[in-house]
Design a protein around this ligand. Structure first.
Ligand code: NDP
Length: 347
């Protein structure tokens, strides 16, 4: 049978901006028969995520991420439905996922690389398993739990950067659910600011592309900042750190403003900002969700319960068609998404 797949066509270069044309769609044959231990599945949804920017470089700069190879199929988080199985754990019709799902309309994978999903956990909204009920939700939840030091009754103010994105929009809401009394988001458009406040329970939001971020933060966080969920780094984070309180905490989730630059991760703070961080005893420890997978099951159950109860509002931006996955990646990297960027491959 002939299927479609998306390969890495060119690298943007460590200091370049990724574009849709870095990827290319092509038709290739998929074997008609599967062998013992294998599963054939039809792809339903694929995820595009900021970490993929490193995989576009020849050297990812990270010991847990392999580079994508030129002319070879790209891969990432994906969900599909089993069409045929020669693995004892899976049957036709099962919904399955993998962190390394090939960007193809159909896949044949060793069953050991797949995990079975329970659609009732998300009331059948399967793409949530790539977002709020998947790695994204885990990142926000565990980031706050492990590094946020949020304490009920402590009247803490949380600031979230990248606040209208997949992790950020959840982080602000989870910060509130865990006990923060004030939550302020920073993001890139007025529309995003308005959604954060009107739909997601943020107290206020700042459009960093308009006006002075430091001044607005000062006004909106009169008691200073106790917890900073940092998705972006760079100037925005420098402005937030300036307003942080003694013994406060940064959840160092990501630094997307630096991903098109050849700098180490996490990028060092400018000396004056580092001085503030040290003088005020602000924690800034590296956080990697993959280091907490022993907490995955219980955390996903909590996230799904909050979603069902309406306590956690979930936003998605859905692009249709495998041929549009490169464009979806480019768009997400430049702020085209509200909530989780999803690519719908088949219904
Ligand atoms: P998002 O859905 O947040 O999408 C990326 C967003 O980043 C865009 O929508 C855009 O929104 C914003 N952005 C892009 N460039 C800049 C810039 N120069 N300055 C400020 N904002 C920018 O992606 P995710 O939620 O998937 O990821 C968010 C962060 O979390 C990333 O840094 C990612 O690497 C990190 N992450 C970390 C994990 C961990 O284990 N530590 C796991 C998963 C993700 P806007 O319109 O606001 O500019």
């Amino acid at each position: 049978m002939i299927i479609q797949r998306v390969v890495l066509n060119s690298r943007p270069g460590k200091n370049g901006v990724p574009v849709a044309e870095n990827f290319q769609i092509e038709a290739v044959p998929l074997p008609d028969k599967i062998t013992d231990g294998q599963v054939r599945a039809r792809t339903l949804y694929l995820s595009v995520d900021p970490y993929m920017r490193c995989r576009m470089n020849e050297d990812t700069g990270s010991d847990y991420l392999l580079p994508w190879q030129l002319s070879e199929v790209a891969d990432g988080g994906g969900i599909g439905v089993v069409e045929e199985s020669k693995h004892a754990n899976f049957a036709k019709g099962d919904i399955v996922t993998s962190f390394n799902w090939p960007w193809q309309t159909k896949i044949i994978l060793d069953g050991r690389l797949l995990q079975k999903l329970e659609p009732q956990l998300v009331d059948g909204h399967l793409s949530y398993f790539l977002g709020a009920a998947g790695i994204t939700g885990l990142t926000s939840f565990l980031g706050i739990k492990e590094k946020g030091h949020v304490t009920v009754g402590d009247n803490q103010t949380m600031v979230v950067s990248g606040a209208a994105g997949a992790c950020g929009s959840l982080a602000g809401q989870i910060g509130r659910l865990e006990g923060c009394s004030r939550v302020v988001g920073i993001c890139g458009t007025d529309e995003k600011c308005s959604i954060l406040v009107s739909e997601m329970g943020f107290d206020a939001a700042i459009n960093y592309k308009k006006g002075n971020v430091a001044e607005q933060l000062h006004e909106l966080c009169p008691a200073g900042v106790d917890v900073y969920f940092d998705n972006v780094g760079g100037d925005i984070s420098d402005a937030v750190i300036n307003q942080m309180n003694q013994n406060s905490h940064i959840v160092l989730c990501g630094q997307i403003s630096q991903y098109n630059k050849d700098v180490p991760y996490p990028p060092p703070l400018p000396p004056a900002v580092e001085e503030i961080q040290k003088a005020r005893n602000i924690t800034r420890e590296r956080f990697l969700v993959l280091n907490y997978m022993d907490k995955q099951e219980a955390s996903i159950l909590q996230l799904c319960q909050w979603i069902k109860e309406g306590k956690l509002k979930v936003k998605e931006t859905v692009v249709k068609g495998l041929e549009n996955i490169g464009g979806a990646f480019q768009s997400m990297m430049t702020g085209g998404n509200i909530g989780k960027q999803i690519v719908l491959i088949s219904e």
